[in-house]
Design a protein around this ligand. Sequence first.
Ligand SMILES: *Cc1c(COP(=O)(O)O)cnc(C)c1O
Length: 416
Amino acid sequence: MNGLRHDDPELFKLAEQEKKRIAGTLNLIAAENHPPASILEVLGSVFNEKTIEGYPGRRFHAGCVYVDQVESLAIDRAKQLFGAEYANVQPHSGTSANLAVYFSVLSRGDRVLAMSLPHGGHLSHGHTASISSQCFDFRHYTVSRDTERLDYDRIRDMALAFRPKMMVAGASAYPRLIDYKIMADIAKEVSAWLLADMAHLAGLVAGEAIPSPVPFCDAVTFTGYKTMMGGRGGVILAREDLGPKINRAVFPGTQGTSPVSMIAAKALAFKLAKTDGFRRIQQKTVETAGHLAQCLKAAGVCLVTGGTDNHQVLVDLNGTGMTGIRVQESLEAAGILCNRNVVPADTRVEKGAGGIRFGTAGLAARGMGKTQMTAIAGWILRILAAPDDPEGVKEIRTEVRSLCQQFPVAAYGPPE
Ligand SMILES: *Cc1c(COP(=O)(O)O)cnc(C)c1O
């Protein structure tokens, strides 16, 4: 980054510090990952220059001969990787992708049945703080009080009573698999469209570590930067017949020009997802999460649903006297990054949330597995037992740094 060093030393220094931060900490934030260097290269490449409106072969500006090929490559690879009939690679984010799917087939005020945010759903699934709730009439299903898992009989009852035009299957914080077949049966019964939002899961699906929603859904959305290990931005997969509607809903419906550098990074991520290395990382992500769950559970920590089937482990702190924010901050001081999260039946949403969410994708991307997870779980347990012990935090920080040395982030190398 010699150009940046010259033009803006202040920003350059921040970038160097950010690299060091990433290299020297353990990232257990479930919504993040470490993309390979080639992804970062293409994001900062010549493809940033071109303004595109429209779709390959039908642009509003001249000079699109190569960027048309970039977008077509991304579309073809997305379709091939996920076995989808149609793909749109222009959404700026997962939220934009969801909005475009809603606006493609729904009219203002139409009913949508989605998962409740405090039970694991996403803001863009009709939360009152999201514009989605102002445009459509959302109702939310929850997890079962006893099992903390989706209760499909109740979802079916709600669908029969509410008669939604669309159902959304997908979550930000749900450690179990979603049965897309049952969701599709329910949607069919009430003649609703079914959208699966696999933002968190796309990499696991692409690496065949968990089942795919694609065969069961009318549309599937996801983002490139979570388990997918790519750049940022969203993608929509769908049945062929929805393609023209979704194309219009993305551009010009909800977006203007889409950054070609981001589209190119999507194309690259889809290529990398076909490699054995990527598949191994996805398998390891799930195995390592399962191992973290076992270690925590064996020590008496309360987990939402008692375990995990994907990359997430959700700790329920209700009843421990600790809040999510307090544990998150102590872990951060020790070099272990995660996020506080609301959990089902949370009694302390306002006081910093009653849960902690861990994800293992970032560790697996560094090549870590069960052995390293055993050590990390031990450090997490020490912090949970004594979040305000500065000596303990300091000791763990040193061990974290040495583990980071042994397992460098590919794009940045080992910490100094
Ligand atoms: C992360 C996430 C998104 C995408 O979020 P953006 O920040 O808009 O990219 C969408 N849906 C779910 C379920 C998510 O977890």
